[in-house]
Design a protein. Structure first.
Length: 137
């Protein structure tokens, strides 16, 4: 049972990270992406205020399952764990945290760009995708 939970955490937590990275790019997923980023930010910065900046609830639960399996991870965060498990690389904690924070900032910039309201270029009578947006003929 614990092995299955460990695998489920690897799959779902990794899928959440990938969704946070690319969910902004697809119009159909943008609202869910905003919710996901909000929850991630709340974990990192709100819960992190009490538990340590960058605190991740998913990582905490995953590491609990791994400890219950008798696995004592030396990593402090999920990025380090992924680097070791997937690539055999013992990534330093400062590098992993810088990578996560820089990536999160880039994702926020992409999300803002993707969700920013746009006005048609050209003003009155401008056409967007073959549709006259001025309301006239």
């Amino acid at each position: 049972m614990l092995f299955a939970l460990d695998v489920v955490f690897f799959v779902l937590h990794s899928a959440l990270i990938v969704f946070n990275m690319v969910g902004w790019a697809f119009r159909r997923t943008r609202k869910w992406h905003l919710v996901s980023l909000g929850l991630t930010a709340a974990s990192w910065f709100v819960m992190g205020y009490w538990k340590g900046w960058g605190y991740c609830l998913c990582t905490d639960w995953h590491f609990m399952v791994r400890r219950a399996r008798g696995i004592e991870d030396v990593e402090f965060n999920y990025i380090q764990l992924l680097a070791r498990v997937l690539a055999g690389w013992n990534m330093s904690q400062p590098l992993a945290e810088a990578l996560a924070l820089t990536t999160f900032a880039a994702i926020l910039a992409c999300t803002a760009w993707a969700n920013w309201p746009r006005r048609p270029v050209g003003g009155e009578g401008a056409r967007v995708e073959g549709v006259n947006v001025s309301g006239g003929g």
